[in-house]
Design a protein around this ligand. Structure first.
Ligand code: MG
Length: 368
């Protein structure tokens, strides 16, 4: 079997509600997703997706995926998409770095592999665990009242785990954190995700001012070194998210004792193949994970849920379903919010396809 054609689509995804990250630092109302379809000579087709969370969240942007496909696609035609790590090495040789571009291709290859094997991808990533995958909400930065209202709305949809975005100065953040922590009922939890917005002195002031309040803090500062300095002067569990990009990042973080959990986002680390290695390291060294994608109309979300579904539940925190925040349904099938949990589809491959009526004409076609 070989890759005969690679088809690229761009799809605009409006958010149901405009979103603010880190105290208004980032604001947007729509996502730009790139869908990649790999067609094989055997008649199987696999879908992948790359959807950066806007262009200001990570060193990644939507049009970059489309440009990168022009570099990668000619190197991939003719390869067997079921040979996942051979495709991975071909991409790493053809285009060092640029992991977010490769993720979409990697997901499409796993979709083909699963279909060829007649198995859902979670079975190929280690095997389906029975326990459903818990999902977490994503609460944009706002006044404490508005954030509590957003949490209440998500609670109505079944969410019990909330990721509240903070990061706009010591006093305003302390007011938010105290209000949300105080209102959090038994059986629910709130993570405070700073998305790199604090300087170390701000992080240390805020976290130590509420030292007795149980809470996780995520990516408090811009750099790994700043986060490590915060880790050494505070007591709350810390989640590293943006700082974990390649395998050696997690090895260093664990050796330094820099975090107690990580955000494992497919688009940031380069897809399921590279995420699986990081997942296995975390399971073997005692780190919990939020396994999700950077953004998604449903294909990236579902791929991440396959990885979460095949992960020992002890090591899972929660997964974010980006598509649950959209004003449109982009896909058929796939992992869905089922009152606060989800599960990987039973169909072979990823078990999710885009709605044909939303796709429009491809922006690029490579191969015959
Ligand atoms: Mg985060």
């Amino acid at each position: 079997m070989h890759i005969a054609r690679i088809v690229v689509h761009a799809v605009e995804l409006p958010l149901a509600n405009p979103y603010r990250l880190s105290g208004g630092r980032l604001y947007f109302d729509r996502l730009d997703s790139t869908l990649v379809r790999i067609d094989t000579d055997a008649g199987l087709s696999g879908w992948g997706e790359g959807c950066p969370w806007g262009s200001t969240y990570l060193p990644a942007f939507a049009r970059g995926i489309r440009a990168g496909m022009e570099e990668l696609a000619p190197q991939l035609l003719g390869l067997d998409p079921r040979r996942i790590e051979i495709v991975e090495r071909a991409m790493d040789r053809a285009l060092p770095g640029h992991l977010y571009i490769k993720s979409a291709v990697d997901l499409a290859c796993w979709d083909v592999l699963g279909q060829a094997a007649g198995l859902p991808v979670c079975e190929l990533l280690g095997g389906r665990e029975d326990e459903p995958v818990a999902i977490q909400s994503s609460i944009g930065t706002d006044t404490p009242e508005a954030m509590l209202a957003d949490i209440a709305a998500r609670r109505e949809q079944g969410y019990r785990i909330h990721s509240a975005k903070v990061g706009s100065g010591v006093d305003a953040d302390l007011a938010r954190i105290r209000a949300l922590a105080e209102a959090c009922p038994a059986g629910e939890s709130v993570t405070f995700d700073v998305n790199r917005a604090w300087l170390p002195d701000q992080a240390i002031q805020v976290m130590n001012a509420i030292a007795g309040t149980p809470a996780y803090f995520e990516q408090p500062c811009e750099s790994y070194e700043q986060c490590l300095a915060v880790r050494r002067l505070t007591a709350h569990p810390i989640i590293l998210d943006e700082s974990i990009q390649i395998f050696s990042d997690i090895v260093r973080a664990q050796a330094d004792g820099a975090c107690e959990a990580i955000g494992l986002k497919l688009g940031r680390v380069g897809g399921l193949t590279k995420a699986r290695r990081i997942r296995d390291f975390c399971v073997n060294t005692g780190l919990r994970m939020n396994i999700e994608d950077t953004g998604s109309g449903g294909i990236g979300d579902t791929a991440a849920v396959h990885l979460a579904q095949s992960t020992d539940p002890l090591f899972r925190r929660a997964s974010w379903l980006c598509h649950d925040m959209l004003a449109v349904e982009m896909v058929e099938g796939g992992a869905r919010n089922e009152a606060g949990t989800t599960h990987a589809p039973e169909a072979s491959g990823l078990g999710v396809t885009p709605r044909e009526d939303l796709l429009g004409e491809p922006v690029a076609v490579f191969g015959d």
